[in-house]
Design a protein around this ligand. Structure first.
Ligand code: 6PG
Length: 469
């Protein structure tokens, strides 16, 4: 009898083909399908592999798979996923499994899962991070769906995932849309992380006067210490890159960055949950502001620049490094606070320590200090905020003065550092300082009789305010 394929991959673009090759390298027979056959042919021609098999007809592709069938989609998020599900469903049987590995919105994943459940088909939203190289050599994988069905895909995912301390960077996240949710927030943290690094760059360049080459060396040094991470590593490389036309490549790149939407989804979701993820939102807004190229040019001629001659004392580079580190801690604290809230709201039973553990390799936000996050949640699984953990609270105390000084200097110099500024505000708001909300309560009661709570008595109170307007 003809040997059946272990898994099917729909989508032969960069992510799909690389993940399929990774699976094939691990000895899994992969049935490859793309809605345009040319791409499947091209991938198989350019990367011939004894475990990669092309199919050009959807029925034959489905028939080639061993049961229960495991079909992974790595196609564009949105309508193409719905369309592919529609084509596949009549060809599948109860017990078969569809795994969406794209950056789909978790709400869509929940909807698709509910629908497919009626046909007895298991549907997984699988967060995959690491880009092209990760897909080929070992990504971080965040699968969410039916726990029992996960056992059928676990061997494949654990084999192809990145490894950190010998452990696969893949673990079952939870039911429902949990996998895509965790990936969405991962991307939100990625936005904040990138923005914080961009702010450190602006400070080193425009306040410190360092050249790109010097910054490359500084960032490279940072990558040897507590800031060690994938993003810091690639940033050091970027500063060192020459342009073929002369000069340095970074200086030739337009100061305007796009976004595909996962960061924005994270912010919208956090507002719904009532969780403050100000650094992530600031990072989204910073990209939005960067897109206003003509407005920025025009207003640059009208609005006066900062006039302060700020003298920066002490070790400026170290001050920026400490600020970046604390900013990063605040960003992760916010992201994980959102996980905590989502866990309660959706009832997913997320293991926050394990999520940090699988982020240690393969993904874009992989960083050494994730070990500390795992340790914090292992010590207190119900921890509400990372900053309550002794290690992180200690780091706040160690670096807060530097962060304050950095933000204050940046404001005086007119260098926008929205994410770093949000980090100071977040920490200040969390450390028990008055927030003025007593006045907000009074105002609400004044104009809307919304009542207020008192510090000296239980209950809700309304006051007949002396109205003088
Ligand atoms: C990953 C990345 C990836 C993301 C893009 C850029 O984890 O591998 O997060 O999923 O799509 O790299 O996203 P933006 O266009 O939104 O910056």
């Amino acid at each position: 009898m003809e040997k059946k394929m272990d898994i099917g991959m729909v989508g032969m673009a960069v992510m799909g083909s690389n993940l399929a090759l990774n699976m094939a390298d691990h000895g899994f027979d992969v049935a490859c399908y793309n809605y345009t056959p040319d791409l499947t042919e091209k991938v198989l021609r350019e990367h011939p592999h004894k475990h990669m098999h092309g199919f050009f007809n959807l029925q034959e592709f489905v028939d080639s798979l061993q049961k229960p069938r495991r079909i992974m989609l790595l196609i564009m998020a949105g309508e193409p996923v719905d369309s592919m599900i529609e084509q596949l469903t009549p060809l599948l049987e109860p017990g078969d499994i569809i795994l969406d590995g794209g950056n789909s919105y978790f709400g869509d994943t929940r909807r698709r899962q509910t629908k497919l459940q009626q046909a007895g088909i298991h549907y997984f939203g699988v967060g995959i991070s690491g880009g092209e190289n990760g897909a080929r050599r070992g990504p971080c994988i965040m699968p969410g769906g039916d726990k029992e069905a996960y056992e059928f895909v676990r061997p494949v995912y654990e084999a192809v995932a990145a490894k950190a301390d010998g452990q696969p960077c893949c673990s079952y996240i939870g039911p429902d849309g949990a996998g895509h949710y965790v990936k969405m927030v991962h991307n939100g943290i990625e936005y904040a992380d990138m923005q914080l690094i961009a702010e450190a760059y602006l400070l080193l360049k425009y306040a410190g006067g360092y050249s790109n080459r010097q910054i490359a060396e500084i960032v490279h040094q940072w990558n040897q210490g507590e800031l060690r991470s994938f993003l810091i590593g690639i940033t050091a490389d970027i500063f060192a890159e020459d342009d073929d036309a002369g000069g340095q490549l970074l200086d030739k790149i337009v100061d305007s960055a796009g976004q595909k939407g996962t960061g924005r989804w994270t912010s919208i979701e956090a507002l719904r949950q009532g969780v403050n993820i100000s650094l992530i939102t600031a990072a989204c807004n910073a990209r939005v502001m960067s897109n206003l190229l003509s407005e920025r040019q025009e207003l640059g001629r009208i609005i006066q620049p900062a006039c302060a001659e700020t003298k920066i004392d002490g070790d400026f580079v170290e001050m920026v490094r400490q600020s970046l580190y604390l900013g990063k801690i605040a960003a992760y604290a916010q992201g994980f606070a959102l996980y905590r809230s989502a866990d309660v709201h959706y009832g997913w039973q997320l293991d926050l320590g394990q999520i940090a553990a699988i982020f240690r390799a393969g993904c874009i936000i992989q960083a050494d200090f994730l070990n500390r996050i795992t340790a914090a949640f292992t010590a207190s699984p119900q921890l509400d905020n990372l900053l309550q953990d002794t290690f992180f609270a200690g780091k706040v105390n160690e670096n807060l003065a530097a962060l304050r000084q950095t933000v204050a200097s940046a404001v005086q110099l007119g260098i926008p550092v929205p994410a770093l500024a949000c980090a100071v505000e977040y920490i200040d708001a969390l450390r028990g300082t008055p927030l003025g909300a007593n006045l907000i309560q009074a105002q609400r009661d004044y104009f809307g009789a919304h009542t207020f709570k008192r510090i000296d008595k239980e209950g809700s109170f309304h006051h007949e305010w002396q109205k003088n307007f």
